[in-house]
Design a protein around this ligand. Structure first.
Ligand code: PAZ
Length: 324
């Protein structure tokens, strides 16, 4: 909405966004999610006059799906293992932030990095008296994962909310933005999820499984409205916003990241290439391009550690500027 000169007019983007949400299938447990968010934000907001905590970060992680049928058998997926989001969440919490972890079901989770992929079956065994115990090589890793994870959740620093489809993702993201509104510049968005650019509107979607006997599939996908612009402009105007740009062609990566920075008025865009994303990223701001690399002298180092350190520094400066 544009409220200049006291008049309220709807832009084409507002209309597109409105129609996306109006036609989306209702979010399951919408009230339950809103209640969890409200309680989490209240817990992590400072009592009036007591100064402010470091902040609350919404970390998005994993790829969204685009269902092709309402009773969904087939869908289009966006690649993301969730490793970036999960690892970054750990570093934000270590730096004193509270994190709302909006993640794709089944993707990487915070504090599970040092566990094997099939951790339940690999790490545990049944003893003769049927007690379940941790197998020797994994004892330390399991203990650390459980205690760090439980400390973050029980301490009220980590709230995990799952999504699968683009509809769920955007509805929950909007809900998060509404609940984080009063945090002003202390709110941070770290949007690492790989979000679909195209979708099939719910109303024009087949109800049942599409039959292959009908011949080649002819389907129209429409563009997902640019929610990053809505987030920055309307939902969270004071928040510190970081988005990600993934490309497979290194020649266009930085140019695309700069375009995204300007178009959506982000504070930072983290540019990464698919094949090297775990080694290095380039952080694009209004006047810099900062290469951030993993410490290659340490086998267990990751690029998220220096990346979050950089973001925390920039966000602190942003909060100070906003408080002046
Ligand atoms: O989840 P992951 O660790 O396998 O990969 C992370 C990533 C490449 C999905 C992320 O860094 C990213 O770039 N996300 C945005 C993707 C996009 O441009 O839509």
């Amino acid at each position: 909405m544009d409220s200049r000169n006291g008049s309220v007019s709807e832009t084409p983007l507002d209309a597109e966004i409105g129609s996306f949400f109006d036609s989306a299938p209702p979010l399951k447990d919408c009230d339950g999610i809103a209640k969890k968010l409200k309680d989490f934000i209240e817990f992590n907001s400072p009592p009036p006059g007591k100064g402010s905590p470091t902040g609350v970060v919404c970390v998005t992680s994993g790829g969204t799906t685009v269902p092709l049928e309402q009773c969904c058998v087939r869908y289009i997926d966006n690649f993301s293992s969730g490793h970036r989001g999960a690892t970054s969440t750990e570093y934000f919490i270590k730096a004193g932030y509270a994190v709302i972890f909006l993640y794709r079901r089944g993707t990487f989770q915070p504090y599970c990095r040092s566990l094997p992929e099939d951790s339940l079956l690999e790490c545990f065994e049944c003893s003769d008296d049927s007690a379940i115990q941790v197998r020797q090589p994994y004892t330390e890793a399991v203990k650390r994962a459980i205690s760090d994870h439980h400390a973050a959740v029980a301490g009220g620093h980590l709230l995990k909310i799952p999504f699968t489809t683009i509809f769920e993702y955007l509805q929950i993201l909007r809900s998060i933005a509404m609940s984080m509104r009063d945090l002003g510049s202390h709110a941070v968005y770290y949007l690492a999820a790989a979000v679909s650019d195209f979708y099939v509107p719910w109303k024009s979607m087949a109800e049942h499984k599409i039959q292959s006997a009908s011949g080649p599939l002819d389907m129209r996908l429409v563009q997902v409205p640019k929610m990053l612009s809505a987030l920055k402009k309307a939902w969270a105007p004071m928040a510190f916003c970081i988005s990600f740009k993934l490309e497979t062609d290194s020649k266009i990566l930085l140019e695309k990241a700069e375009m995204a920075l300007k178009k959506h008025r982000m504070h930072m865009v983290v540019a990464n290439e698919l094949s090297t994303r775990k080694e290095e990223v380039t952080v694009v701001t209004g006047n810099e391009k900062i290469l951030v690399c993993r410490d290659k002298t340490q086998s267990d180092s990751d690029v998220e550690e220096p990346l979050i350190e950089l973001i925390v520094g920039r966000h602190s400066a942003y909060v100070k500027d906003s408080d002046l």
